[in-house]
Design a protein around this ligand. Structure first.
Ligand code: SF4
Length: 170
């Protein structure tokens, strides 16, 4: 296991029951196909920062660049807590020689692109980046990252794995 390539992944994609509703988002294809080549480093930002399972769902609020992470009904703003936790976690990950990360799409914490953001008038646009993904990509701008939806495209998946295995920088 020591020599295997380490790849970060949103925990719910491996079948861990960490989602707000107590469920998971197992991507069997991803787990089996890429699991042959990599040692997974699972991360669930929301649970690891201290939120419970189940929990109130969250969404991004504000604008695409500086959106905030807010619970959907009670309006509790978890942005500062998440950023504080993420900075600590990223320091740990930086010593783990990760070769890349696979994020869960659409999540206000993990989504790396096109996440729903709600403006002051509650109008939604798919322009956001999940808070943890945003911090991760800012900290490791050269590491290859993808999400589960994009990796359903076999050519994207192949290209991603070639980069990961070669240890090349994007
Ligand atoms: S998308 Fe991210 S924060 Fe949400 S359950 Fe999965 S790993 Fe946790």
């Amino acid at each position: 296991m020591e020599d295997m390539i380490k790849l970060g992944v949103s925990s719910c994609l491996l079948g861990e029951k960490v989602r707000y509703d107590g469920g998971h988002k197992l991507d069997q294809h991803l787990k089996e196909l890429l699991g042959r080549y990599v040692e997974w480093v699972p991360v669930c930002p929301e649970v690891e920062m201290g939120l419970t399972v189940p929990r109130e769902p969250m969404r991004l609020v504000g604008d695409a660049v500086s959106s905030r992470l807010v619970t959907t009904s009670s309006g509790i703003d978890h942005t500062d807590w998440m950023i504080q936790w993420a900075n600590k976690k990223l320091r740990t990950l930086s010593s783990m020689d990760l070769r890349g990360f696979i994020f869960k799409s659409k999540s206000p914490s993990c989504g790396m692109r096109s996440v729903e953001v709600y403006d002051a008038f509650d109008v939604q646009s798919k322009t956001g980046i999940g808070l943890f993904a945003r911090e991760f990509m800012a900290r490791f701008p050269l590491l290859p990252v993808e999400d589960d939806v994009r990796l359903q495209d076999s050519s994207i998946c192949e290209n991603f794995m070639e980069i990961v295995i070669a240890g090349l920088k994007k």
